[in-house]
Write a protein that binds this ligand. Structure first.
Ligand SMILES: C[S@@+](CC[C@H](N)C(=O)[O-])C[C@H]1O[C@@H](n2cnc3c(N)ncnc32)[C@H](O)[C@@H]1O
Ligand SMILES: Nc1nc2[nH]cc(C(=O)O)c2c(=O)[nH]1
Ligand code: SF4
Ligand SMILES: [Mg+2]
Length: 226
């Protein structure tokens, strides 16, 4: 199988803070690059891929704070790095940036062969290329500055939709996306308040109860972990 080079902004071990797998120990791999342009994005340091910021794996693993620095590695180097770092988590979350800018089939297959489970966090604006056993969380981004449409194929692939919400309009946007699926809804739909705002959280709680959807909080931010 051909290998795929990945540009990696962060590698760390923590607890999955969001969505269906909240609470699961996980290795996070944050890929560099995202053209979507959400104004409230909490990882803006991953947006640009500028080779002036290319560095080593060691420098990225030991980053003192968020930065645009990244390293390049293929799936074999990623697996070797996890083993070298002696990580104990067996769940790998591939996020970004926008991870679906990359072909994630080689990485997800290799990780599955070595006993890991995998999850992708994506905006749904790129075709999702990964192993069939990967858990795909689509957090759809509608009408953002980058002008990229949410793909129906990504919504159909989603094991979980995790929709960021600050106002009623965002719930209406989700309704319009779900209408495209003609009743074939993903098994799990959750709403996530944007930036822990109290008004957003109140709206999400009310809507989740009305619709029988799940609440997703960014729990890592409440307990001060990565
Ligand atoms: C930083 S994004 C990276 C993955 C991918 N680009 C995406 O948007 O799904 C990871 C998750 O964080 C969420 N997120 C980003 N900024 C947020 C914020 N300020 N409040 C709540 N959720 C946020 C996104 O919606 C997504 O579910
Ligand atoms: N603990 C923790 N959980 C997360 N779930 C999704 C995250 C992301 O940035 O994609 C994230 C993150 O950055 N940290
Ligand atoms: S799609 Fe994801 S990484 Fe890109 S700007 Fe939006 S929240 Fe940030
Ligand atoms: Mg995050």
């Amino acid at each position: 199988m051909t290998t795929q080079q990945l540009s990696i902004n962060e590698v760390f071990e923590t607890i999955q803070g969001e969505g269906f797998h909240t609470g699961v120990p996980a290795i996070f791999l944050r890929l560099q690059g995202c053209p979507v342009g959400c104004p409230w994005c909490d990882t803006k340091h991953t947006w640009t891929l500028d080779d002036a910021f290319l560095t080593t794996a060691e420098a990225v693993v030991e980053k003192p704070q968020e930065s645009e620095a990244y390293f390049d590695a293929d799936e074999n180097a990623v697996l070797a790095l996890f083993e070298q770092l002696k990580y104990t988590a067996k769940h790998v979350v591939i996020t970004g940036g926008e991870p679906c800018m990359y072909d994630l089939i080689p990485l997800t297959r290799l990780l599955h062969q070595h006993g890991y489970s995998t999850q992708i966090e994506t905006s749904g604006t790129y075709e999702v290329k990964c192993d069939d056993d990967t858990w795909v969380t689509v957090s759809p981004k509608v009408d953002m500055k980058g002008g990229m449409p949410v793909l129906t194929s990504a919504l159909q692939r989603a094991n979980e939709i995790k929709h960021p919400v600050a106002m009623e309009r965002h719930v209406e946007e989700l309704d319009a996306l779900l209408a495209r699926l003609g009743g074939q809804l993903p098994a799990h739909i959750c709403l996530q308040p944007i930036s822990q705002q109290q008004r957003a959280t109140d709206l999400v709680i009310k809507t989740c109860i009305e619709r029988n959807w799940r609440l997703s909080l960014q729990t890592h931010k409440y307990i001060g972990i990565e």
